[in-house]
Write a protein that binds this ligand. Structure first.
Ligand code: SF4
Ligand code: MSK
Length: 625
């Protein structure tokens, strides 16, 4: 196969420049490894291989000429449904364990003096009241303790009732749908464990039953683990407010000690941002000849600190290796999720130290500095010091920082949107009802090396805003838009006339950054609020979703809880389900009748935009607006 050119790998000029540099420096990148994997296994792509027991691996012949059943008798339908369910469970586990870590950080602060003071008391009270916790005349600490207990309970209770977070946040119509379908999540952890149990050899074999449990597992993520992560993060680190930041590899500074924080949990990254402002460490950096310490983000942890502090973000998933290739990164500090193990190999070609910090995410060859909430400040300083002391080890010949970056307005939490609109969603709802905004599409993150980097994100966003559809979104999509200038209010000139008018009146961009991938919960909350205000359920709204460069199991869980929340959801990459017509039919058709939403797969973002627009127009007609 011909080698893909840098322009075929990414639409981003900074990334293209670093791909060329990587080639010159003899560094293997994600795209080189994708090429070496070609052709990828057809059975795997269709989802028709099973290795759930040691009688396998078994594979089903998609053309019906070879075996139609595994050794145990499992059909393609069973195998595909089980594979999908395990992907959902892994994605839900990743988000929800992230959520647990934040709850534990608050617990450690309340019970053992860990240095995580409550930054947003207003949000604490608002969340507590939503959950029915008494706030009147009570100490902040006491309210927080009750809140921690509600979250712990949602992770561990053994009764059959809907988890408290979902029960308190979702509207009655939605909950009724879940009840009728028998998919109410009862306990965030339990649904994940049960997913593993059901998909064990010889347990659940009916694809309908397996997928219904997949729905339940994903709801435990979206309206449970992820929602808890977002709400507790806002309470501990502050609810994002509209701010300005910069994005792309050009945020790395040649004269500074550069620290890239990469992963997902602000429990670590927020502390690193703080420690990098420590006067003693700044003095040390100057002693080594640097002008200061430049902390920049990567992937979703980058979005967390961009949203809250305006910390620059160097890139999204496919740019992590590229940051190291600049030769100017002293340390890349990682926690969990979406971190390529190859970073250690890339770093060997430069002076960069890869510092892993979590016991559950270790990288052979990396420097391990174990993070501990109780000693968070001390450890964050140790990490920053390690980076500073690495500054003299740079090889100046190898430094090349692409001079591309863009300004971006972000910080659109639901609370920030409400503030911008004067305290209620009415102006937004009026614009939707009047037709100035035809509808809203929520785009969620990821890059996928199989898709030209950022191409789908930018194309889909541009096509939809032209059709006067407002975009909200998270994750690697948000970084792509930030890099492309889409998050600037002036980008509204590229939107359709009526959306442009709304954006200009409000001073907002046509696409709103709502945060990291765990913050997709913010989109659910927003959708739910609009549905309540209009006295309908979420599927009645001119609203849709998209995961246009989907890659992770988390994205599969997000897509599933979008669908299960009644949202028609586009996938721009193909999950391993095409080996079962029955499973495809359930996901793309039958799901509408059960939960009000369904998936559609369309790799071409222009065609996808057309389908999403038609869906939204159809919803408008049905609503009579
Ligand atoms: Fe094969 Fe069945 Fe075992 Fe899967 S569970 S590997 S289909 S025997
Ligand atoms: S980092 S889950 S690639 S959004 Fe959240 Fe990006 Fe997707 Fe990871």
């Amino acid at each position: 196969m011909a080698k893909w050119t840098p322009e075929e790998k990414s639409i981003d000029r900074a990334t293209q420049e670093m791909i060329r540099k990587a080639e010159r420096d003899g560094v293997e990148t994600v795209w080189d490894r994708l090429e070496k994997q070609q052709p990828q296994c057809g059975y795997g792509q269709l989802g028709v291989c099973c290795k759930n027991c040691m009688q396998g691996p078994c594979r089903i012949d998609p053309f019906g000429e070879g075996p139609t059943k595994g050794v145990c008798g499992a059909t393609a339908d069973t195998i595909v449904a089980r594979t999908l369910e395990r992907m959902i469970a892994a994605g839900a586990a990743a988000h929800s364990d992230h959520g647990r870590h934040v709850v534990l950080a608050m617990y450690e602060a309340l019970e053992h003096g860990a240095p995580y003071p409550i930054k947003d008391e207003k949000k604490l009270k608002a969340v507590a009241e939503k959950l029915g916790i008494e706030t009147e005349g009570r100490e902040i600490k006491e309210i927080a303790k009750d809140l921690v207990n509600v979250a712990f309970n949602d992770f561990g209770k053994q009764d059959e009732k809907l988890i408290k977070f979902a029960d308190s946040y979702a509207n009655e119509k939605r909950k009724e749908v879940w009840k009728k379908a028998g998919v109410e999540p009862r306990n965030i952890d339990r649904e994940i464990v049960e997913a593993m149990h059901r998909t064990h050899m010889g347990v659940d074999h009916d694809p309908v039953s397996i997928i219904l449990h997949g729905i339940r597992t994903s709801l435990g993520d979206g309206w449970g683990g992820s929602l808890i992560a977002t709400e507790f993060q806002d309470i501990l680190f502050g609810t994002p407010q509209i701010n300005r930041g910069e994005a792309n590899l050009g945020v790395i500074k040649e004269d500074y000690v550069n620290i890239v924080i990469h992963g997902h949990e602000p429990v670590l990254s927020d502390k690193i941002v703080e420690a990098a402002q420590d006067e003693e460490l700044l003095e040390l950096a100057r002693k080594y000849g640097a002008k200061g310490i430049n902390t920049v983000g990567m992937c979703c942890t980058g979005l967390e600190v961009l949203m809250r502090h305006g910390t620059p973000i160097a890139g999204n998933y496919l740019q992590q290796e590229m940051a190291v290739v600049t030769g100017a990164v002293e340390a890349m500090v990682v926690d969990v999720q979406c971190i390529m193990p190859s970073l250690v190999d890339v770093a060997r070609c430069y002076h960069t130290k890869i510092i892993d910090t979590s016991d559950i995410a270790t990288f052979p060859g990396a420097l391990h500095i174990k993070f501990d909430e109780r000693r968070a400040d001390e450890i964050a300083k140790e990490i920053v010091k390690t980076a500073v002391e690495n500054f003299p080890n740079r090889n100046k010949q190898l430094i090349q920082i692409p001079q591309y970056k863009s300004e971006a307005v972000g910080g659109f939490s639901v609370e920030a949107i409400l503030d911008a609109l004067g305290g209620s969603l009415k102006p937004l709802e009026d614009a939707i009802i009047s037709g100035k905004i035809r509808g809203v599409v929520g785009i969620v993150g990821c890059n996928n090396a199989k898709v030209k980097h950022n191409y789908n994100h930018i194309t889909l966003t541009n096509e939809l805003i032209k059709n006067n559809i407002l975009i909200i979104g998270t994750g690697c999509w948000a970084t792509a838009c930030a890099e492309y200038g889409i998050f600037l209010p002036e980008y509204a000139k590229n939107a359709g006339d009526s959306l442009r008018e709304v954006c200009e009146t409000l001073g907002i961009p046509p696409a709103l950054n709502m945060g990291s991938c765990v913050d997709c919960s913010r989109m659910l909350v927003l959708a739910d609020m609009i549905a309540r205000d209009l006295n309908v359920d979420i599927p009645d709204l001119p609203l849709a979703g998209s995961a246009t460069e989907a890659m992770t199991e988390k994205a599969v869980s997000i897509g599933t809880y979008f669908v299960s929340s009644g949202i028609f959801t586009h996938l721009g990459t193909v999950p391993p389900v095409l080996g079962s017509k029955k499973v495809v039919d359930i996901l793309t058709k039958a799901a509408f009748d059960v939960v009000g939403g369904a998936f559609f797969i369309e790799p071409d973002p222009t065609k996808a935009a057309k389908i999403l627009t038609e869906y939204i127009e159809d919803k408008r007609k049905k609503l009579g607006i």
